[in-house]
Structure formats: structure tokens, C-alpha cells
Design a binder for this molecule. Sequence first.
Ligand SMILES: *[C@@H]1O[C@H](CO)[C@@H](O)[C@H](O)[C@H]1NC(C)=O
Ligand SMILES: *[C@@H]1O[C@H](CO)[C@@H](O)[C@H](O)[C@H]1NC(C)=O
Ligand SMILES: *[C@@H]1O[C@H](CO)[C@@H](O)[C@H](O)[C@H]1NC(C)=O
Ligand SMILES: *[C@@H]1O[C@H](CO)[C@@H](O)[C@H](O)[C@H]1NC(C)=O
Ligand SMILES: *[C@@H]1O[C@H](CO)[C@@H](O)[C@H](O)[C@H]1NC(C)=O
Length: 403
Amino acid sequence: MTSRERWRVYKRVSLMFLLALLALTVIHRGNITSLQSLQRQTRMEVVQVTQLPKNTQETPHFWKTIPRLESTTDGPRITLKTAPTTWDIISTNCSVNLSISSEEWFTGLEDHFKQFLLYRHCRFFPMLINHPEKCTGDIDLLIVVKSVITQHDRREVIRKTWGKEQVMDGKRIKTLFLLGTSSHPEEQINHQKLLEYEDHIYGDILQWDFMDSFFNLTLKEIHFLKWFATYCPTTRYIFKGDDDVFVSVPNIFEYLEESRNLKDLFVGDVLFKAKPIRKKENKYYIPQALYNKTLYPPYAGGGGFLMDGPLARKLYGACETMELYPIDDVFLGMCLEVLQVTPIKHNAFKTFGLVKNKTSRLNREPCFFKSMIVVHKLLPPDLIEMWRLVNSDLICAQKSQYL
Ligand SMILES: *[C@@H]1O[C@H](CO)[C@@H](O)[C@H](O)[C@H]1NC(C)=O
Ligand SMILES: *[C@@H]1O[C@H](CO)[C@@H](O)[C@H](O)[C@H]1NC(C)=O
Ligand SMILES: *[C@@H]1O[C@H](CO)[C@@H](O)[C@H](O)[C@H]1NC(C)=O
Ligand SMILES: *[C@@H]1O[C@H](CO)[C@@H](O)[C@H](O)[C@H]1NC(C)=O
Ligand SMILES: *[C@@H]1O[C@H](CO)[C@@H](O)[C@H](O)[C@H]1NC(C)=O
């Protein structure tokens, strides 16, 4: 072989080597990409083992933030909706989805699921009572409470206790009750008049023109998110909860003080890897036809949770991409999953009942309540009584003793 021929062979071999290298890189890249999307899909299962808490510095403080388990770094692929400047739904034109009723799987469902599915596509309704002015100025904490027309005694007590609009240590607190229309059509007119009178006195009711029912709580969720995105551009934090809970607003602020560096804050009584309930007798029963995965995404019990304003605005856009799901807190967990935000579980949120033992003294222990953020469930007379005790000259040992 002449040196020239040797050179030619050498060139050919080098070129082939380069090509092979290139091909390998491409294949490898492809694997990484699909691995990432796989991780996203199974985020719920893997997030706890693959990610170490970032902030492990110990502080002796009770409200010490439980470090967030970060999800993958690439952002969610949804375009965020910008909110209108007023409530832009002025008429309801929502007819039954007839095509769904002819499907075979539909006919075997229970009536309330049928009703839900027939109207599932009707997403937004007009407002009957609105308070566009509620968020003017800088609100630090907006308290929003899910309620129904007939529970005026609960609203009354909440206004006098934890839901009181006030300035607390320089922090501005506002309160709103979220309502639909009466679920008893025959009483609708009277109930409506009473509600309007109540709102005339207190100015804290938001009401939309859909029927208040268990499955319509998801409607209440998305209506509130849209309303918030529309009217509350500068509100910092939201506490959203039920009307039968005990809440400590000072503890909320104490917690927020500790977690003020957290972005996308969503904290509550979070369930990880909850299974859809398949027993028909259960209130939360879900047929396979409606949800066929084995696990729910992480979600916080709807009894009471805390989120920051910017996240609520993003949730509005994220929920817009989702089909409605009959259980409101699970639905919100699905929206959070779209945003790739993992809710934080904190022990001071007790929304799934307190302790199994009903006679346990914790249920009546004011020091316990004093150390919590939200406790389910307390009806008006007990709430008033507990409120009085907690705000008396109560001497308690360290807060953490009940956790
Ligand atoms: C309501 O919607 C239907 C179908 O989308 C349409 O044909 C009808 O004109 C609408 N009615 C009103 C009052 O907008
Ligand atoms: C009605 O139901 C069918 C069958 O599930 C669905 O494909 C369709 O999108 C629904 N229509 C509307 C307006 O949502
Ligand atoms: C939700 O509210 C709408 C509007 O009032 C009503 O047509 C629908 O039947 C309700 N859905 C359920 C599941 O109660
Ligand atoms: C689960 O539901 C989805 C969407 O409704 C459907 O595409 C899928 O085939 C279902 N999977 C099973 C195992 O039934
Ligand atoms: C429930 O709590 C009470 C009081 O603390 C105790 O006496 C009782 O043994 C407990 N019952 C059970 C089943 O744990």
C-alpha cells in the first residue's frame, strides 16, 4: 500500500467512526427524552425516592417548612390563560349532551353520575351576586369558604370567629363565601331573598347561577379560580375551606412567615397515592368509566388548604385544560399535576377527621386546636365554644406536643 492509499483508508475509517458516534448520540438523546416524559407520567411514584429535600437545615420552630419535593426542572407545557377584567359570562346556554346518553357504558350509571356527565361540558355560569371591589388594595389573606344558602348559621359564626375581616398585625384579611343556587327549586325564591339580604348586610357573598350539589363543587372551584384571576391581581395568599371547620389565622400567618421563600405554595392535608373508591355505598364512589387509573395524583383535602395568589392564577389556566371531575379536591390535584406542582402536606391541617377514637380528649382539647391551622369538623355551637377557649388565657405547653 502506498502512503496515499493508506491515507485514503484512514480517512474512510475516520468518517465511519464519526458517523457512528453521531448516530449513537442521537439514539441516546432520544432515550433521555422519553425517560423524562416517563418520569413525568409516573411522577407520583418516583418523586419521593429520586429527589432529596433541598433544605434540610433544622430549625427548632414548629412551623418549620416541610421541604418541597421538587419535580423535574422543565416547565409544564400549557399556555396560561389571561383572565378577563370582568365576569364575562352573562347568559347560560347549556343544553344536555344527548350524544353521551346513547352510549352503552352511560346507561348503567347511577343517576347522579348521569346528571354530572350530561352537564359536564357546561363550565361557566353567570354571577348572581358579585363583589368586584373585594380585593382592592393589597390583601394579604383572602379567606374563601364554600357554603350553601341554608347554612347561614355557619356563615354567621365564621364571620364572628376565624373569618372576621380585619387587619391583624398589619396584615389585611378579607372573607368571601362561595355559593350556588338552592338545591330545592320550590324554596329557591325565598332562599334567594334571604341570601341577598344577608349579602346586603355583610357584603361577603359570591353567588353563581348553578345548583349547589356535591358534584357541582368542582364548578365552584373553577368559578372561584376564574373570579380570583379576574378581580384579585395583587392578593398574596388564599385560604380556601369548608364552613364546618376550625381555623387559626394567626397560625396561618406564622406558617406563611416561615415559608415566604417558597414559590407555588400549596399546602394542606395532602394525600399521596390515594386510590379511587370503588364501593358504591361510599359518598366518594367513582365508577371505572369515569376514572380508570389506580391512583389519584397528590391532592389536599378540600376542608381547608392554603395557596399563594400567583399559583391560584396559574391554576385557573391549568384547570381550563381539564375535563371536570366530580370530586373537587381531586380535580384540583389534577390541575396541580398539569402545572407539575406537588402540594405540601403539613400536620397542622386536619381535614380528614381528627383522630379515629371519637371519645379521645384531643377532640375537646383547646391546646390542640390552638396549635393547628385547620381542624375538621366543628359545627357552630362547638366552634364558638372552642374559639372562646382558644382565645382565653390558655396556657399550653409547646405547640408541637400534639403533632
Ligand atoms: C344556544 O346554543 C345553541 C347550540 O349551541 C344555539 O343553537 C342557540 O342559538 C343558543 N341560544 C342562545 C340564546 O344563545
Ligand atoms: C358529549 O359526549 C360525547 C361522548 O362522550 C363527547 O364526545 C362530546 O364531546 C360531548 N359534547 C360536548 C359538547 O361536550
Ligand atoms: C350543576 O348545576 C347545573 C346548573 O344549575 C345543573 O344543570 C346540573 O344538573 C348540576 N349538576 C349536578 C351534578 O348536580
Ligand atoms: C382509560 O380511559 C382512557 C380515557 O378515557 C382510555 O383511553 C383508556 O383506554 C382507558 N383504559 C382502560 C384500561 O380502560
Ligand atoms: C379512646 O380514648 C379514650 C380516652 O382517651 C380511652 O379511654 C379509650 O380507651 C380509647 N378507645 C380506644 C378504642 O382506643
